[in-house]
Design a protein around this ligand. Sequence first.
Ligand SMILES: [Zn+2]
Length: 218
Amino acid sequence: MEPNFIDIHTHTTKSRDNLIQIVNLDLNQSCPEQGCFSYGIHPWALNNTDFQAEKALQALEEKLKLPQIVALGEAGLDKIHKASFERQIELFERQIELSETLQKPMILHDVRSHNEIIALRKKHKAQQPWILHGFSGTEQDIKQLIGQGIYLSVGESLRNPERKIHKSFKFIDLNYLFLETDMAEISVEMIYKAAANLLEMDIVSLQKQIFANFARLF
Ligand SMILES: [Zn+2]
């Protein structure tokens, strides 16, 4: 039977029946044998005084060889974080290369960096799927990102009518949609419900659509 729910990005290892989740782990955490996981070097890591890029990249490469590591992430760019943007780009580009060589899709952290992310996808002629997680942008952002073949994952912000994603959500091509809980301590089911509501579709059709997207990528 197909699992009912897919949580494309979460930080909790708690699981249950009828749920596939990609659990994001830190490089210093070991990986369970069962399940789907992602490892990456978050741009915020650059701010740790003891961060060593080469060492981290080497550790990441080793992790990514494990079959249960299905994606590289989070990696990406964050314009409002204090880590040098130049160094963020450098680190991100190294991870794009790893994702391409080891053929693992990427889960992206993107804060006000759509343009740079798109430019780097083009520069590296990246073939691996990219999933931008925690998306909450406008209709225009959606067109721009999906136009470049980038998948969008939406989380808790869907439940907040004040957020702009409330209005823009219906413009996401469903073939490019994922849902996630990320850090939120709610079940992904609640996000599915909010999404189905906004799309005026039933949960089962939404589950089928997202399962099909997942099966295409992983
Ligand atoms: Zn996260």
